[in-house]
Structures are given as C-alpha cells and as structure tokens.
Write a protein that binds this ligand. Structure first.
Ligand SMILES: C[S@@+](CC[C@H](N)C(=O)[O-])C[C@H]1O[C@@H](n2cnc3c(N)ncnc32)[C@H](O)[C@@H]1O
Length: 212
C-alpha cells in the first residue's frame, strides 16, 4: 500500500494568512524550484500578483505557464544563482516578498541534499530592509530510509539527530538558528504538515517571517 495524504492547500493558506498579517500587498513570489507548479506552487496564484519560477528543466515551461497564470518561467540553475549571489536584482525589480524553496527531497543534482547546502547561502535570496516570508521544506521522517544511506547520513549531520525521525521542534530550531547565524531577523514562524505517507507525518513546510 502506498497511501499519501497531501496538505499543500493548508500550506499555501498559511502563507496567505501570514502575508496578510505581516506584509504589504501586492504579494510577489519567487520560487527557486518551479517544476510545473502543479503540486504546490499553484496554491499561490489566487493571492499573488506575480510568481517568478526558476527551473532547470525547460520542458516544464509550458505546463508551468498553464498552471501559473501569473507566472514567469526562467530556465536556470537556481542553486548556482544563489551561490553566485545573483538573486538581488530579481528581488528588487519584481518587488519580491515571498521566497519559496520547494527543492527536490533526498539527493539531487549530484551532491545536493534537501535544502542543506542552500541554507548556508540563504541570505542571498532574502530581500533587504523589508519583511518577507521564506517557505522551506522540512522532512521529518523519510520513508524507505534503507534505500537512501548517504541521505540519512547527511540528515544526521545537519539535524545533529539520528536522521530517520527527527524531533520536529529541534528540526525547526536547526533552521531558525541557521537564519539567525546569518543575521536575518525572525518575526514569526509556523511549521505546517505538508504530506503524510502511510499515516506517518514525514514532510512539513516551515514558513518564516523574516526581515533581511
Ligand atoms: C519538488 S519539484 C518542484 C515542484 C513544484 N514547485 C510544484 O509545485 O509542482 C523540484 C524541481 O526542482 C527542479 N530543480 C532541481 N535542481 C534545480 C536547480 N539547481 N535549479 C533549478 N531547478 C532545479 C527539478 O527539475 C524539479 O522540477
């Protein structure tokens, strides 16, 4: 049996609620991992003015433009762009105040794991001198861990835990501490369940209201 329950709607509704409380409209989104937008990013369409989506795979452009009617698809390697500190222009030009990082889970692009390496450079995608909302994936309990030895090892290092079933509060603190280390001011945050797998809450999103 492979039963998944998705709560993506609750995730984007939480962002909308936080945006109304803390940000000045219009709400403009930058998604570093756009895909076709069909799973989660489409949940921003109804309450945002513009969504800029970065995606490596050009073949997803047509589907993205169909799903994200207020979207702009940019084919690029967003991790390289982040590490080269090339996002500030977009943040200013498009008046971005919601930054979403819907990275692939597990290992991808060679030696990348979840958002672990991205977190070291996160300041490069936070708008300066304003409030914004950062949306992050947080995997609590990977399923089929036996198939992913290296990933689990990297999770143990990142969370300083066993990597298989991390404590949610401690995992949230790991992310919050990494933001604070980069002198990003935290105004509020929420962890929201995104998906269950066979009844297990394996995957959350962490929404952080920040001031860069
Ligand atoms: C989890 S999916 C995104 C799902 C999408 N946000 C949605 O709501 O449907 C991750 C996407 O990241 C893309 N990707 C992986 N590495 C990337 C990179 N370095 N730069 C840009 N996109 C990348 C993959 O091609 C994949 O489409």
């Amino acid at each position: 049996m492979n039963v998944r329950e998705s709560y993506v709607r609750e995730c984007t509704e939480t962002v909308h609620m936080l945006a109304k409380e803390y940000l000045t409209s219009p709400f403009n989104v930058l998604e570093m991992f756009a895909g076709s937008g069909s799973i989660y990013t489409k949940g921003f369409v109804d309450f945002s003015e513009k969504i800029i989506g970065y995606e490596l795979n050009k073949e997803l452009q047509a589907a993205f433009e169909q799903n994200i009617t207020n979207g702009q698809f940019i084919q690029a390697n967003s991790i390289e762009k982040l590490m080269n500190d090339e996002f500030q222009r977009d943040l200013i030009d498009s008046n971005i105040n919601i930054i979403s990082i819907d990275n692939p889970l597990g290992q991808y692009n060679g030696d990348f794991f979840e958002n672990f390496q991205i977190m070291d450079h996160i300041k490069n995608v936070i708008p300066l001198n304003q409030k914004s909302i950062l949306c992050l994936n947080l995997v609590k309990t990977p399923y089929h861990p036996e198939r992913h030895g290296e990933w689990i090892n990297r999770r143990s290092e990142f969370f300083r835990d066993n990597g298989l079933n991390v404590n949610l509060d401690a995992a949230v603190n790991t992310y919050i501490s990494l933001l604070e280390l980069q002198e990003i001011k935290i105004l509020d945050y929420r962890a929201v369940l995104r998906e269950k797998h066979e009844g297990i809450d394996y995957y959350y999103m962490l929404f952080v209201v920040v001031e860069g």
